[in-house]
Design a protein around this ligand. Structure first.
Ligand code: UDP
Ligand code: MG
Length: 320
């Protein structure tokens, strides 16, 4: 019987120090799971260190298993993963961080669930090493997100998961440039199953997320899932107008009954500032969506490939 093939996608940005570990872990995957054929697909996301050289070294050492895609610049992990999906040849793919924070011991369990018929076996972080503040904010964020959409959302999961070819094909059809892959996994549906794992410490280098990028991710996640914030702006506008209208009636009645003592400065100030705030907020929300429309309407490819296994793609196949 033919062995089924599994591709492990490894997006890497400035991870030159991780490759020894990476190689060791992947060799363990090979040794532990001989019932499958394996492909290790590294994606160099425009690294400025010696990541590409390390990839070339691995490819040359075992071109049957190792492959690499070199993107033309740094596009971000989301785009790098899409490149991985596009170039993967396996019947299933597993996405793992190149820094090896994801333990390979979970892979056999993922494969087992896949064999049982699940299409998307996602790994859930069991314990979080993050601070109380970060944990709480992420909890609130997910609650808010879930309230605003009918798409079921999985918390505490990342990109570490096994995806059947059907999911990969589905994801490849979603080619938005402002990508929020986490949302896309939920959006495509299919049979999902969560398994737990313990996230490992980063061995070398440092995490690439800054606070601003996290904020960006949060806003992006919300706006790519739903248009609920726009609805919120509308509701806010309606309720403020209503309150203002009631207040107007109150003032008229008061003036008619008691005359006008002309002492409106503080109320005027508060009202104007409040209204200004509401208007700016609504404009901001509209702006977020407009920005997205602008980015998508250009219809640019999500990433450009400089080479695949050292070969430059032809004109037609720069992206797939
Ligand atoms: N990564 C990438 N492009 C980027 C940033 C990160 O391909 O622009 C890769 C990175 O090399 C790593 C994975 O995405 O393999 C996760 O990144 P990181 O470890 O910085 O994130 P964290 O584990 O802190 O969430
Ligand atoms: Mg990491």
């Amino acid at each position: 019987m033919n062995k089924r093939k599994v591709t492990i996608i490894l997006p890497a940005y400035n991870e030159e120090g991780s490759f020894e570990l990476l190689r060791e872990r992947m060799e363990r995957v090979l040794a532990d799971n001989p019932d499958y054929e394996w492909e290790f697909l590294m994606v160099n996301d425009g690294s400025t260190d010696r990541t590409l050289q390390q990839m070339i070294r691995l490819y040359n050492s075992d071109p049957e298993h190792w492959h690499y895609i070199d993107l033309s610049r740094n596009y971000g992990k989301e785009a790098a993963m899409l490149a991985g999906f596009d170039y993967s040849t396996g019947d299933a793919v597993i996405v793992m961080d190149a820094d090896m924070q994801h333990p390979v011991d979970v892979i056999p369990e993922m494969l087992r669930n896949w064999e049982e018929g699940y299409d998307d076996v996602y790994a859930e972080r069991k314990t979080s090493r993050e601070s109380w503040f970060k944990r709480k904010t992420s909890q609130w964020y997910y609650r808010l997100l879930q309230r605003s959409t009918r798409v079921p959302i999985q918390q505490n999961t990342g990109d570490f998961r096994l995806l059947d070819r059907s999911c990969v094909s589905a994801l490849r059809r979603l080619r938005e440039t402002e990508r929020n892959t986490k949302g896309l996994y939920s959006w495509i549906g299919y049979r999902k199953k969560g398994i737990e794992y313990e996230q490992l410490e980063r061995q070398t280098g440092k995490s690439k997320w800054s606070v601003m990028q996290l904020l960006d991710l949060a806003v992006n996640g919300l706006t790519s899932y739903t248009v609920a914030p726009l609805r919120m702006a509308t509701l806010l506008g309606v309720s403020v107008s209503l309150i203002a209208f009631l207040y107007l009636i109150y003032i008229i009645v008061k003036t008619v009954l008691y005359g006008d003592p002309v002492a409106g400065y503080p109320t005027l100030m508060v009202t104007i500032l409040f209204m200004g705030g509401v208007q700016l907020l609504s404009l901001g929300i509209i702006g977020e969506y407009l920005g997205k429309v602008f980015m998508e309407s250009k219809g640019r490819p999500v990433y450009l490939v400089e080479s695949y296994d050292g070969v430059r793609p032809g004109d037609a196949a720069v992206t797939q």
